[in-house]
Design a protein around this ligand. Structure first.
Ligand SMILES: NC(=O)c1ccc[n+]([C@@H]2O[C@H](COP(=O)([O-])OP(=O)(O)OC[C@H]3O[C@@H](n4cnc5c(N)ncnc54)[C@H](OP(=O)(O)O)[C@@H]3O)[C@@H](O)[C@H]2O)c1
Length: 216
């Protein structure tokens, strides 16, 4: 199964590094400028060829690492190519000061993206995982949680199985509606870690849960 990571920013690099360790032959990495994309790959020391956006769109799982305002026109323009595929949405709809969101309380960026591309399976994940946490997602023996959401259970479980070998605790977090909470948890973790002086090395581990509940 091919997995496309789109965008060469902080999350693009962090996800590429993490997925490459587990799925070196499955990864397609693309950005707006293929020369720059190859430079980023080389700087990370990975044995990988950058691909064009067109080639990346052939993957079964696509992870755009764009900001919410940019990802909306991006998915709309590619609605046809995204039909029947899984799109992993990592966005948090921050405002300009990063102190609040642009979305009202009765929705989430994941739900809005799903409405824009109804024939694509949108899966929310990594919303609370700050880019620096990917370098070492274990602290005091606790793995950073990744809350996986999707409206279709079968799709959610499929993505959970894909993410399970990554060094995170992968949790079934229900339907996309739960991103109203999950996305806002990032606002809280940002504020708390800024107060504590360790921003952005902050992550959730919901104490009391045994393990991910992958079945089927
Ligand atoms: N930063 C975090 O710790 C973190 C944690 C969880 C979730 N997120 C979410 O992850 C997303 C990316 O965050 P980031 O910190 O990685 O941002 P970033 O470093 O600014 O990277 C964003 C990337 O988006 C691409 N891009 C920008 N404008 C675009 C456009 N108009 N069309 C197509 N591509 C465009 C660019 O890649 P190219 O130039 O290569 O095309 C750029 O490098 C955001 O939605 C954020 O809410 C971030």
């Amino acid at each position: 199964m091919k997995i496309a990571i789109i965008g060469t920013g902080r999350m693009g690099k962090a996800l590429l590094n993490t997925f490459y360790k587990v799925y070196p032959n499955e990864i397609l990495f693309a950005g707006r400028d293929i020369t720059h994309t190859q430079q980023v790959i080389n700087e990370l020391g990975l044995n990988l060829q950058a691909v064009s956006l067109e080639v990346a769109m052939q993957a079964e799982v696509i992870i755009p690492t764009l900001w919410f305002a940019d990802v909306q026109p991006w998915v709309q323009e590619r609605a046809m190519a995204l039909q029947g595929k899984i799109l992993i949405d990592i966005t948090n709809p921050f405002n300009e000061t990063y102190e609040d969101f642009t979305t009202p309380y009765d929705t989430s960026s994941a739900e809005i993206i799903q409405q824009l591309i109804p024939h694509t399976y949108v899966v929310g994940a990594f919303k609370n995982t700050y880019w620096v946490v990917f370098d070492n997602p274990v602290l005091q023996g606790l793995k950073s949680d990744v809350y996986v959401t999707a409206n279709k259970e079968e799709v959610r479980k499929k993505v959970m199985r894909l993410l399970e070998p990554l060094p995170f605790r992968i949790l079934d977090a229900g339907t996309l509606k739960n991103n109203r909470t999950i996305e806002r948890m990032t606002l809280l973790s940002r504020e708390l870690s800024l107060k504590a002086g360790n921003y952005p090395r902050i992550a959730f581990n919901l104490w009391g849960l045994e393990h991910s509940s992958i079945s089927g």
